[in-house]
Design a protein around this ligand. Structure first.
Ligand SMILES: Nc1ncnc2c1ncn2[C@@H]1O[C@H](COP(=O)(O)OP(=O)(O)OP(=O)(O)O)[C@@H](O)[C@H]1O
Ligand SMILES: [Mg+2]
Length: 339
């Protein structure tokens, strides 16, 4: 990790449902789960990020609440969001009195003005000097170095934990886009439902995510894998192991993946033909944690009829692009969400 103190006057923040990442010109300085642990009685924060995540499911939920302040990409708990941002900004900027950073923070495309203001206000209160907002797909395209400054069509799909966004960008602006308020978390839920219906076994969200990451795929693979996981018998309530295969995960994910495909199709349908022809030449860029699901590129290539590829920095392009956007602020200004 680079020493952030000497050059963190400008920062890009990707405020995600699952992860919050802060970047400057040297790359990502901080990556933490968007999670906070609070002592319920005193309403006091005891830990944030990874440490708080480690408490999830391991502490009495009557005394300590482990909360995620974002839901589907937007702020669900304003105070906790502000506290988390304050802590993370202090970590990269040092004592705030000396050094208040200028921040570009991301929001999902198409959220309401109330939701925009919540993010803007939270990051200002958290200690930034100036704060600007940028739509996530635009930041992602900048971070992935797509040639979006030219009058040509560039398509990027952000597959996050809580939101899925597809956008076509030209001349630094979003031409057509759509946001679906669901993402990787809903894929995990589909696995939970599948295992319960097929085997009568209840598995937790972390187990479902492990199945998705370790053996899962968006399309059937040549090599079938299996993974034994621990669940709870739906009837007796007793522990019961169950072995799940790649094919079963693929089957479980079909419906939520179909919805993702539909969202991308709708965006292409409303995109002017000239831009579509550029996209056919250049391909569709995929980013976000969901782009790492095996076979996602294949699924989208087949469904859209346009080659889809995962960018080199699928996890970090949004934060890195937000930082870059500060340098391009004069050009980007007219295309950023108003606050
Ligand atoms: N190898 C993988 N295969 C499948 N899914 C993965 C993989 N790695 C991470 N994910 C999923 O990616 C999601 C997290 O992605 P990401 O960090 O981009 O989300 P986020 O930016 O916090 O959320 P959002 O942008 O929706 O607000 C999780 O649902 C996680 O399960
Ligand atoms: Mg994201």
């Amino acid at each position: 990790m680079p020493n952030p103190f000497s050059f963190s006057k400008d920062l890009g923040i990707d405020l995600g449902t699952i992860h919050t990442r802060i970047a400057n010109g040297s790359g990502v300085l901080v990556e933490e789960p968007t999670i906070v642990a609070i002592v319920i009685q005193e309403q006091k924060i005891v830990s944030l990020g990874k440490e708080a995540q480690g408490m999830q499911g391991r502490v009495s939920d009557e005394t300590i609440e482990v909360a995620n302040p974002l839901k589907n990409g937007v702020v669900a708990d304003y105070e906790i969001t502000e506290a988390l941002l304050h802590y993370l900004l202090r970590r990269v900027s040092g004592p705030m009195r000396l050094f208040r950073p200028r921040v570009m923070i991301t929001v999902p495309y198409g959220v309401t003005s109330v939701e925009l203001r919540a993010v803007h206000e939270a990051v200002l209160q958290a200690g930034s000097r100036d704060a600007y907002l940028i739509q996530q797909p635009l930041a992602a395209a900048l971070g992935a170095d797509l040639p979006i400054g030219s009058p040509s069509g560039n398509m990027i799909i952000c597959l996050g934990g809580g939101v899925t966004q597809a956008a076509v960008i030209s001349m630094y602006g979003i031409v057509t886009a759509d946001t679906m308020r669901s993402g990787g978390i809903q894929l995990d839920e589909a696995i939970i439902t599948y295992v319960r219906k097929k085997y009568g076994v209840i598995i937790g969200p972390t187990t479902a995510e492990q199945l998705k990451i370790k053996i899962g795929a968006a399309v059937p693979l040549d090599k079938e894998e299996g993974l034994e996981v621990q669940g709870q018998d739906q009837v007796s309530g007793l522990p019961r192991p169950v072995t799940i295969t790649t094919g079963e995960v693929v089957e479980a994910l079909q419906e939520p993946l179909r919805q993702i495909v539909e969202t991308c199709r709708r965006v292409l349908e409303k995109t002017p033909p000239e831009l579509v022809s550029d996209i056919i030449d250049r391909g569709v860029a995929l980013c976000g944690g969901g782009a790492l699901l095996r076979g996602t590129d294949k699924l989208l290539t087949k469904a859209l009829g346009i080659p889809a590829y995962v960018v080199d920095n699928p996890d970090t392009c949004v934060a890195e692009g937000a930082f870059k956007a500060l340098g391009l602020y004069a050009i980007l200004k007219r295309n950023l969400p108003p606050v």
